[in-house]
Ligand binder design. Structure first.
Ligand SMILES: NC(=O)C1=CN([C@@H]2O[C@H](COP(=O)(O)OP(=O)(O)OC[C@H]3O[C@@H](n4cnc5c(N)ncnc54)[C@H](OP(=O)(O)O)[C@@H]3O)[C@@H](O)[C@H]2O)C=CC1
Ligand SMILES: CC(=O)[C@@H](O)[C@H](O)COP(=O)(O)O
Ligand SMILES: [Mn+2]
Length: 400
């Protein structure tokens, strides 16, 4: 029996994790839940169903609303301890258990990620942003085997890496669905709408990661995530477009062998493997019917229409605070696009402009200057994140 804490329990990753757990009551027990507080009705339902001892939400207002929802759901005040704010989320992330699943969206996941690692608990990581922006601060806080990938591609890589010795690995091949705009030229992307960008061809996910998939920003973040998780140079990672998301990623070995992990697109498989790692959970997701014909295709990424992966590669080489700037500017631009304040092509263009200022050393404030890996601290990451948000807000006319 594994005691599990789920951060981001009301989101796409969180609800699928609870589905895995409810189907395997002898293997997992929920001891803590954390969420933003945007959906306290669902959180109260989850608390009533799974009976965790500890809960955290992002704000005091959310905690008050949750108290009312818990009363309506018949959960007594003494049955669960509810905290709120950053400190409560970090305390939850550091609470005793066997595994914490971080399914928070965005940079807000960084402190909980570090708190779990510093507590010595296994971290099943869906929140790629925390690893990407924290970089070596996160990887150096993790003991061998403590950081387990949940992102589908990185789970696939972990599975494929079991097939050979580290010294035998030649390169990683990261698959990308190509998103809803695969095949379009840059000009054909100018007028796309948020609804079109939210129509992912293969996965049902939260808003930010879905928009990021459409711009290929998600693949940029995943390139940096893979480099950090598996200690591979960004130039030794190839991105290839695979529209049906069956092959989740591949490892090429020195003898020419390529080992791929394939399964129908269903996050319950990598989530289950992530919280049970290194063991597999029987029937975590459906598999293929080989009695019907099927074709899997692969094509190169169009870097001109979708420059986000090359921008990420540049940030990966600069390292230090560059990935935090890349991510924070993108989070602002995704909101601006969804709110109708920024055209689609403005997302990557604005992120690129903010990254350029950061790396060129032309930022007006000291917190906008690049700090390298050698001097990287959590405060430097948070300062760069805040500067990039402010700069991207100025460039997109976002009220602050
Ligand atoms: N969905 C997927 O299939 C995949 C997702 N990922 C990654 O997993 C992460 C989560 O994605 P997804 O589940 O789609 O996102 P969702 O938007 O569906 O869910 C996000 C979750 O985070 C919570 N949250 C938001 N802000 C905070 C905060 N400040 N503190 C604590 N909790 C917070 C939300 O709570 P509430 O809404 O209640 O306020 C919600 O529970 C992302 O990093 C994403 O890139 C990776 C691979 C696949
Ligand atoms: C399910 C998952 O892991 C997502 O991060 C997925 O990768 C999105 O798909 P694309 O970014 O390949 O469109
Ligand atoms: Mn992914």
């Amino acid at each position: 029996m594994r005691d599990v804490i789920i951060l981001g329990s009301t989101g796409s990753i969180g609800t699928q994790a609870l589905d895995v757990i409810s189907r395997n009551p002898d293997a997992f027990r929920v001891v803590g839940l954390g969420a933003g507080g945007g959906n306290v009705a669902l959180l109260a339902e989850q608390i009533a169903a799974f009976r965790p001892r500890l809960v955290a939400v992002a704000t005091w207002d959310a905690a008050k609303a949750l108290a009312r929802a818990l009363h309506e759901a018949g959960v007594g005040v003494h049955e669960v301890a509810v905290g709120h704010g950053d400190a409560a989320m970090e305390a939850l992330a550091a609470s005793p258990c066997d595994v914490v699943l971080n399914g928070i969206t965005g940079a807000a996941g960084l402190k909980p990620t570090l708190a779990t690692l510093r507590a010595g608990t296994t971290l099943a990581l869906a929140n790629k942003e925390s690893l990407v922006i924290g970089g070596r601060l996160v990887t150096s806080a993790a003991a061998p085997g403590q950081l387990v990938a949940v992102d589908s591609e990185h789970s696939a890589l972990a599975q494929a890496l079991r097939a050979g010795a580290r010294g035998e690995v030649r390169r990683l091949i990261l698959t990308a669905s190509g998103g809803p705009f695969r095949g379009r030229t840059r000009d054909e992307l100018a007028d796309v709408t948020p609804d079109q960008a939210l129509a992912h061809p293969t996965w049902a996910m939260g808003r930010v990661v879905t928009i990021n998939s459409s711009t290929l920003m998600n693949k940029g973040l995943e390139l940096l995530e893979a480099a950090l998780l598996y200690d591979v140079d960004v130039d030794d990672i190839t991105v290839v477009v695979h529209p049906t998301s069956d092959v989740h990623s591949m490892v090429e070995f020195c003898d020419g062998a390529t080992i791929a992990q394939a399964s129908p697109p269903d996050m319950r498989l990598p989530i289950a493997l992530g919280i049970a790692w290194p063991d597999r959970v029987p029937d975590a997701s459906p598999t293929y019917d080989w009695s019907v014909p099927r074709t899997w295709s692969f094509e190169p990424l169009d870097d001109e229409a979708f420059p986000a992966v090359n921008l990420a590669r540049r940030c990966g080489k600069a390292a230090g605070t560059a990935p935090a700037v890349f991510n924070a500017a993108n989070e602002v631009c995704v909101d601006a696009f969804c709110d109708g304040r920024l055209p689609y092509l403005g997302i990557v263009a604005t992120v690129s402009a903010v990254v350029d200022e950061h790396l060129a050393g032309t930022a007006a404030s000291a917190s906008g200057r690049h700090v390298g890996d050698d001097e990287l601290t959590v405060d430097a990451v948070l300062a760069a994140d805040a500067w990039a948000r402010e700069r991207a807000s100025e460039l997109t006319g976002t009220p602050t």
